[in-house]
Design a protein around this ligand. Structure first.
Ligand SMILES: [Ca+2]
Length: 128
């Protein structure tokens, strides 16, 4: 609820972009065009997953280093091409706290958003 509150109001655009970095540079694991990519550790390190479309439960996605992608991601990148943002949710089925990640942006350390190891579902949206 704290995050939701932060995103509402006159300062929303600035607050929403806090901690976001423009995607660029070559020293990162390949994130396929059109996908939301997630890494198990900060700064795009560790195992990586590419998520296309909406996904109601990241428990459905096995992680190469064991377990699933539920409550694991520590950094993310929106490498979409449509221009849509992607909502990242605390719980499955797009519920709980959320963050929104605009096209072309990354969170390099979700701990800074109080969202480390918390993402359980994702949904693309034009209202992000
Ligand atoms: Ca992690």
């Amino acid at each position: 609820m704290k995050i939701r509150t932060m995103l509402i109001g006159a300062v929303a655009p600035l607050m929403a972009l806090t901690g976001l970095v423009a995607t660029g540079g070559a020293a990162q694991a390949a994130c396929g065009s059109g996908n939301l990519c997630a890494w198990e550790a900060a700064n795009k390190t560790g195992a990586m997953a590419s998520f296309g479309g909406d996904n109601a439960n990241w428990k459905d996605f096995p992680k190469s280093t064991g377990g699933t992608w539920n409550d694991v991601a520590s950094s993310v990148q929106n490498n979409g091409t449509s221009g849509m943002g992607v909502y990242l949710y605390q719980h499955s089925s797009y519920t709980g706290d959320w963050l929104c990640l605009p096209k072309g942006y990354s969170y390099l350390n979700l701990a800074n958003q109080n969202f480390n190891d918390r993402i359980s579902s994702n949904k693309w949206s034009w209202n992000c």
